[in-house]
Each structure stands twice: as structure tokens, then as C-alpha cells.
Design a protein around this ligand. Sequence first.
Ligand SMILES: *Cc1c(COP(=O)(O)O)cnc(C)c1O
Length: 429
Amino acid sequence: MIYKRSSELFAEAQKVIPGGVNSPVRAFKAVGGDPIFVKEAKGAYLYDEDGNRLIDYINSWGPMILGHAYAPVVDAVIQKTKKGTSFGMPTEIETLIAELAVSMVPNVDKIRFVNSGTEACMSAVRLARGFTKKDKIIKFAGCYHGHSDSFLIQAGSGAVTFGSPNSPGVTEGTAKDTLLARYNDLENVESIINANKGEIACIIIEPVAGNMGCIPPVKGFLEGLRALCDANDILLVFDEVMTGFRLAKGGAQELLGVDADIVTFGKVIGGGLPVGAFAARKEIMNHLAPLGPVYQAGTLSGNPLAMAAGLAMLNELNSNPQIYKSIDQKTAYLHEGVAKVLQNYNITHTINRTGSMISVHFDETPIVDFETAAKGNNETFKKFFHGMLDNGVYIAPSAFETWFITEALSYKDLDETIGAVEKVTMKLK
Ligand SMILES: *Cc1c(COP(=O)(O)O)cnc(C)c1O
């Protein structure tokens, strides 16, 4: 495939935008080459500026679970737009989406909408600190909770792809309140809690990690965290920005049967518009301004276009719960197909999957935490990525990302993808 126009556009972009992109994960820095500029997208396909059609396995990094330009979402936004795009005053649609979200998600009574997953996680931690009157938080190496200061300590996703999991600009004062634990290692968490008795406000975790590739929690891990939190007056925060409304209507809490105290959302909840949210029981949420002392605000929070897109998306998911079964089956089909090809050609690999989150790692040690995930970040991944691209399949340009499956994919698309994997794999050896 030819990407001439994309490269020209990238050259122009780099003159006025740092690195030519507004979010580092979009650059191809980790795999080499120039990023692709999208012209439009529909269903499971991207159409780029050179006229190539690509099968999309990023789907805006998760939101487009029902495919690009999904008609009910697009229509809702168009209708809303005609009536004014922002008021900075309450609107009914905010209550409608809040009621629906709270009805779909376990263990929450109230929800507050913000503009991104970053904001949601940042605000959730402030709320946890304000509620518990404690300062420290525990996060896990390789987990990504957005780019606010407290979380850029061994963060996943772009932070690790670009070699700055600990970003300059985060002060030592901030960093010292973020305690770092190993994913899937309960004893490690327990020893950190014991060394910081009475000082920890919350443990924040991706209940299924998705920003160091996909890493499911091992049996008993989340249950163990729940018990540790209960025993030590610590709030358990599930960052469901990726898993929320994706793994089940009620996200990872529902799928895995573990209760969190605060849950954060983003991605799917906005249907492709900039939306984040955090939710909890009444007694916790009532600590937020204007009811309580914990301050949190936003000029465009609850924006009518964003709420219209989110509401249309959640309505579709809520009224068609068979979507979850269907998308799981499609992902399982892809999983089996890709695994078979890699086995046939004797390529060292591990495939991790939970529901419609999947990642392929080119290493055979089980991928259970950040350290093991890092082993799959190798030359084979780069060749695989570019090979797939040459065959019209767009996966994330980093070994530390999950593939996001969309319900818009047909079995024919999946077969085409598996065919592409075979063509690429033949040349890997
Ligand atoms: C994407 C993501 C975020 C950040 O959301 P933004 O909307 O990019 O700010 C936070 N947490 C997780 C788990 C994510 O996947």
C-alpha cells in the first residue's frame, strides 16, 4: 500500500504540532515510519488520505465498539447540534445519561461527567483523598490512568512506548505519594500497605489491564485487593475507562464479580466524543462540590453533543445486550485463528484475552505484569505491525496496546485479518 499523502500531511503537521500529533500514541515512533492520516471511517473500516481501506483494530482506542459513524450516535449528535452546542447550564440530557449509566453499572448511585478519562481518574483520586483524609495512593506498574501528574509513575500505554514512564515535570513531592505495586502480585500490595499503615487513600487499578497489552487479573487478585481495602479503610478505584461498557454492560465489576468503591469511565461512554465520568455510592459522591468540600468542575462538562453521543451509545448497548456475546465470540474466533497461524509457523508468542480485549505478544513467558509484558516489545512486533499494515490491517503501533474489537467486524473481515496474519507470519522467520 502507498502512504504518500499521509507522509506529506505528516511533514506539514510536524511544523506546527509537536511530533505532528496531538497524542503521542498516534505517532509511529515505536515501530518506525510515518503515521497514517485518516480521511473518514465507516463501520469496521478506516479510509486514509491515500485512498487505502484499512480494517481497524484500534477503533479510536476503544470508543467505537459498534463501529465508526454508527448511525444512531451520528443522528443524535446532528439533532443536538442544531439546538446549540454548549450552555454552561444544566440540561435534561445529563440526567438521562446519568440515570442510564447508574442503572447499567453495579455499586454506584451517582455519577459526574467530565471531558476525558484523564480527568475522570484525576478527580476520582482527589475524591478518594478527600473522603478518606489520607494522601497516598497505590497504582500498578504498566497501568495507565491518563496523563495527570500522580499517575505518570511507571505508566503504561504511550508513556512506556516512548520510554518516559516517569515523566519529567512531575515533581518529587507528587511522585512520593504514588506507591508502585506489581500487577497480579497481592503479597507485594500487602507489604506496601503494611509499610504505609493508615496513609493510603485508595488503590487504583485497571481491573483488566489494557495499557501494557491486555493482562487479565489472575484468579483471586481483585478479590484479594477488595479484602485488603476493606481491612485497611482504603477505597478501591476501578479505572474502567477501557473496560467500562465494553466487557459487559456493567463493565469489569459485572464480568468479574468484584465491587469497587469508585469507578471511572471514558472511551465507550462518550460514543466517540470527549467524555469521561466517575461514579460511586452516594456517601462518597456527596463529598463533591457543590454538595461537599472536594472541588471539581468543567466549563464543557456534560456538554450536550457529548451527552447525546454517549446516551445514544449506552442506549444501544443497554437495549441489545446480545452485542456482548457476539463481540466476545468474534474476538474468540480471531484469537483462535491468529493462534493457529502462529503455531503452524512456530512463532514464539502469547495471546492474552478478556472478552473483546486481546493482545498478541511475541514472547512465550506468560504475560502477567509489566515486566513480562516488556519482553514482547521486540523486533518481531515491529515487523508484524508493518506487515499487517501492508496487508490493510491497522493495529496499534506499539506492543504495549490492546486490540479493540468492534461489533462492526464481520466474520469475513476476521478471516481477511487472519489471512493477513498468515502472509505476514510466513515472512517473520
Ligand atoms: C485511555 C485511558 C485513560 C485516559 O483516558 P483519556 O480519555 O485518554 O484521557 C485512563 N485510563 C485507562 C484505563 C485508559 O485506557
